[in-house]
Design a protein around this ligand. Structure first.
Ligand code: ZN
Length: 668
């Protein structure tokens, strides 16, 4: 429900990545790439405006980041019981190895260790499959001997690394087996069956409770000597207590620097939760957290998302510390404040407009640290808390991690994507200058205003468009955003500074909808996902309807297809026209017209073009998965008082992982 992990921004650009590693004074000098191995690229992100925080806020951030880093081993042990002993052996071998570091076995060993770090254990963070080593078993055995591993531990570690059937998948959700027996995660002890766990929770749950706690969120279930199910609760004097003690210690220190009483109370509630393990307290904490919109510094820290549990009960430990990006949040607030103007000027039949419209505001944040399950792979948006009754009664917080999306965008410069797919230098320049801001504005317009605009005529069934409803709804929100991106109103209210800026987003949108998104479709398949259908629908409809006036051209050059936009103003007109039609379909529930639009423009793939796009993509060295190293925070002390905190970015991936293992490891 709550993690936005797909990038809506298709990041393009023309700058080559720089290759030095000093802390950068300006954006252009910043080295975004920290490492590249297997299917992974590790990036760095900047924390702009950290220095604009007060000393108290910096100290608060500092202790919250310490509380974040101390939870790392909890997640490793939750993911699989062998993870911590294996990590220690790998790191020991790596740091004490005195042979040839260019040797093929050692290089493959190093890659494996980097994969394990990235997965917070032996399984891939996304596929959940166990990593496959490319070094020899003999090499590994000799290294285990060298570091003095005893026979039992050695046999176990060799099996962990080299037996593909042992602990094969972290979380199995294929419905044909006992999900507990076939999942390697460590949220349930040996010998427990799925049926035993389900009946344990069924007996606990009171189905008439309208404000239920999140059962199982903070515990490991085990089978006792009595044959019964027992909960090992994650708390100060319970499971993971040694790590939790450090988290609590740093939360207590952070509390002294809280921005206001509400925030102090939130930190106290969290400490109380970690101390007692009481899930009712966690709900109280979550409510207070959701309702605090006044503090600039914010954080999550705890057992939150349950994707790591095949039964979806137990939360994986994670933390993100952040502070509100006030200028960027001003953007969403400005759009919301002008919501009625946008509604009143929308190019749709006046009877389909809302008389009174409320903009939805969501804040934009700057991440200061990513930890636990949010590190190194991280979400770009979060929406919490998870408990449905809390969301309904007390609301939720929706945030976008803009310094993370900024790093993704910047790191894509130099991937070769734009040289391959963007037609000419002026267009590449326009995109380098304006795509980041117009992409963000597109998302803001889509989310804050687009979905909330328009109304149904009286008596129209909101589900009248049936299976095509979500594609057409996304199209409506995208068209609203595209139409207004080119409106002088955005310059007037100060959100853009160049009347040409919108062209960057227009070009990207058409390129993606007509061509580049095809890279994500398997050969021979139709387009199925609603957002992808919506983009194809809009781009191809505009292409077809602008044909007579030659608005968009498909240009062939050396056997390659390029998008050329000849008339951007006419394209805006086409977006407005299609918005009018899609709004009419929605307002009147015209299922047949909606179906025809989708069938005609959004589903089928041109096999020739598809093949060409995939071949051109394959030549680019774009890693399928990306994650981040964190900045390093160094407090400047006067006695035991923090007088400043310095942030630096130069740390390498391996150095960071080794440092975290050395300095933040509390579990046995
Ligand atoms: Zn949407």
């Amino acid at each position: 429900m709550t993690k936005l992990i797909t990038m809506t921004a298709l990041a393009l650009g023309i700058m080559a990545a720089s290759c030095h590693k000093e802390q950068a004074a300006t954006d252009a000098d910043f080295d975004y790439t920290a490492d590249r191995f297997a299917d992974i690229e590790v990036l760095r992100y900047q924390v702009p405006d950290f220095d604009s925080l007060s000393v108290n806020q910096k100290a608060l951030v500092y202790y919250l980041t310490e509380a974040a880093l101390w939870g790392r081993d909890i997640l490793w042990d939750q993911n699989c019981a062998v993870n911590l002993p294996l990590r220690r052996a790998l790191e020991n071998i790596y740091t004490t190895y005195d042979g040839d570091r260019e040797n093929a076995d050692f290089k493959a060993f190093e890659q494996y260790m980097k994969q394990v770090w990235f997965g917070n254990g032996i399984h891939h963070h996304y596929s959940m499959d166990k990593f496959v080593p490319e070094f020899s078993q003999t090499f590994f055995e000799s290294q285990l001997d060298r570091i003095g591993t005893d026979a039992d531990a050695k046999a176990e570690l060799v099996k962990v690394v080299f037996d593909p059937s042992y602990l094969a998948k972290r979380v199995n959700q294929a419905d044909n087996a006992d999900l507990i027996a076939t999942s390697a995660c460590n949220l349930y002890g040996p010998g427990l069956t799925q049926a035993e766990i389900e009946s344990y929770y069924a007996a606990l749950k009171d189905t008439t409770d309208l404000t239920p706690i999140s059962y199982g969120l903070n515990s490991r279930l085990v089978k006792g000597a009595d044959g019964k199910v027992h909960e090992q609760v994650y708390k100060l004097d319970g499971l993971y207590g040694e790590a939790i003690a450090h988290i609590v210690e740093n939360l207590d220190k952070a509390k002294a620097y809280a921005e206001n009483d509400a925030q102090r109370a939130i930190i106290e509630k969290l400490v109380e939760f970690y101390t007692t393990g009481d899930l009712k307290t966690f709900d109280d904490y979550s409510i207070a957290w959701a309702e605090d919109t006044a503090s600039q510094v914010d954080f999550i820290n705890g057992f939150i998302e349950s994707y790591g549990d095949p039964l979806g009960m137990t939360g994986s430990w994670e933390s993100i510390v952040n502070f509100k990006n006030i200028p960027a949040s001003h953007r969403t607030e400005t759009l919301s404040a002008n919501a009625q103007w946008f509604e009143d000027h929308s190019p749709v039949d006046p009877s389909f407009r809302k008389d009174e419209v409320k903009g939805v505001s969501a804040k934009v944040i700057t991440a200061a640290i990513l930890a636990g399950d949010s590190y190194p792979a991280t979400p770009i948006g979060i929406n919490l808390p998870n408990a449905n009754w809390i969301r309904a009664a007390h609301g939720s917080k929706s945030v976008t991690l803009e310094n993370i999306t900024q790093a993704y965008d910047a790191a894509s410069h130099g991937s070769g994507f734009d040289e391959e797919f963007v037609i000419d230098e002026p267009t590449r320049k326009l995109m380098a200058d304006y795509l980041f801001i117009t992409d963000n504005l597109h998302t803001d317009l889509h989310e804050c205003l687009g979905h909330g605009s328009g109304r149904l005529l009286p008596g129209v069934d909101p589900d009248a468009l049936k299976a095509h409803g979500s594609t057409l709804e996304e199209a409506r929100a995208d068209l609203f955003a595209l139409y207004y991106l080119a409106d002088p109103k955005l310059l007037e209210i100060g959100l853009l500074d160049n009347p040409e800026a919108y062209k960057a987003e227009y070009y990207k949108y058409i390129l993606n909808g007509m061509m580049t998104q095809l890279n994500r479709i398997e050969p021979g398949k139709d387009i199925e996902e609603a957002h992808m259908r919506n983009r194809a629908l809009i781009a191809r409809w505009a292409y077809e309807h602008g044909k007579d006036a030659n608005v968009i051209e498909m240009v062939k050059r050396d056997g390659k297809t390029f998008i050329k936009i000849n008339d951007y103003e006419a394209l805006r007109g086409l977006f407005g026209e299609l918005l009018g039609e899609v709004q009419r379909i929605r307002s009147t529930g015209d299922y047949e017209a909606g179906r025809q639009l989708v069938e005609q423009y959004a589903v089928k793939v041109d096999p020739e073009l598809h093949k060409e796009v995939c071949e051109r993509y394959a030549k680019l060295n774009i890693a399928p998965y990306r994650g981040f190293v964190n900045p390093v925070y160094t407090p400047v002390m006067d006695g035991d008082k923090i007088v400043d905190v310095k942030v630096s970015y130069g740390e390498d991936y391996a150095d960071q992982m080794l440092r975290y293992s050395r300095d933040y490891s509390a579990l046995k």
